[in-house]
Ligand binder design. Structure first.
Ligand code: ATP
Length: 284
């Protein structure tokens, strides 16, 4: 059995008096593609941010996050990540986080900064090999011909593909994507998900992606982790996330989310699960 690449144990997070993560624990093995789903405000983005140490858990309640065998945080204290560890985790944001006035090419090359010497990084001096590699990364997301264009002249879908190329340039082994398709039209959303899935499949990258649309999660991910009100509601094969469980997951959510979560095939089963019940399925 492979050693987990992501380990989360007893993670708790409160903002003021509001507990937004409640005793979260799960493991992800190398090469998995996992959908992180749940109603708006259930804690998906907060959880993802904990995985890279952008947010730290509560001190009083312990909690541990480890990535690729190294602790990111423990007992509410961040561990200083090594440079190489930081480079091995790529983060994709809903709003792309590109430098709009720079070229597409430079934005992709930025993915390399973490592995360069400080001097070279400060001067932004990239080698011919690095430029060739950046072109390859752009070709993989279908944007090679836009290399010299300013990033802010691209469509949202194209910008997200540049962000993925930047993660490829970073050579990240784990890709964490926080609602990467939330602000995209359906076609761009499909392109972005297909690229992520291809990278996962062809390069054996571990991908954890937060999604609002359950049908998208079903199409691209084998496993789902669902949060409800900050608690782990489901963790297992996405095929076991039945319509009844989904109804219970989204039962207090807005109408739009319910529609987004509705299955496209059979009619939902009228199964009701108590609001805070956990449906935890052993993950193999
Ligand atoms: N820095 C913060 N300070 C205070 N509250 C916060 C902070 N970050 C998140 N929260 C709160 O934590 C809860 C979970 O937020 P989070 O963004 O993780 O949810 P989410 O499931 O990703 O929601 P969405 O799907 O709408 O993005 C929300 O109630 C949010 O308002």
């Amino acid at each position: 059995m492979s050693i987990p690449t992501i380990i989360v144990e007893q993670l708790n997070k409160s903002f003021g008096h509001r507990q937004v993560l409640d005793d979260i624990g799960f493991k992800v093995t190398p090469g998995e593609m996992v959908a992180l789903i749940g109603p708006s405000g259930s804690g998906k983005s907060t959880l993802l941010r904990h995985l890279v140490g952008l947010t730290c858990g509560n001190r009083s309640q312990g909690g541990r996050v480890s990535i690729m065998g190294r602790e990111v945080q423990m007992g509410g204290r961040l561990r200083r990540a090594s440079r190489s560890q930081r480079c091995r985790t790529g983060y994709i944001f809903q709003q792309f986080n590109l430098v709009g006035r720079l070229s597409v090419m430079t934005n992709v090359l930025i993915g390399r900064l973490g592995s360069m010497s400080r001097g070279r990084a400060l001067l932004g001096r990239f080698s011919a090999d690095e430029r060739a590699r950046a072109r390859e990364c752009l070709a993989r997301v279908g944007l090679e011909e836009l290399a010299d264009q300013r990033a802010n002249t691209l469509s949202g879908g194209q910008q997200q593909r540049v962000a993925i190329a930047r993660v490829l340039m970073q050579d990240a082994e784990i890709i964490l994507a926080d609602e990467p398709i939330a602000s995209l039209d359906p076609r761009s959303a499909r392109e972005v998900m297909e690229i992520l899935e291809r990278i996962h499949r062809e390069d054996s990258r571990t991908v954890v992606v937060t999604l609002h649309q359950v049908e998208v999660a079903r199409r691209y991910c084998r496993r789902a982790i669902a949060l409800k009100e900050g608690r782990l509601y489901f963790d297992g094969p996405i095929a076991e996330l039945t319509d009844g469980r989904l109804q219970a997951l989204y039962e207090n959510a807005g109408l739009d989310e319910l529609r987004a979560s509705a299955s496209t095939d059979s009619a939902p089963e009228p199964v009701r699960v108590p609001a805070m019940a956990r449906v935890q399925v052993a993950h193999t």
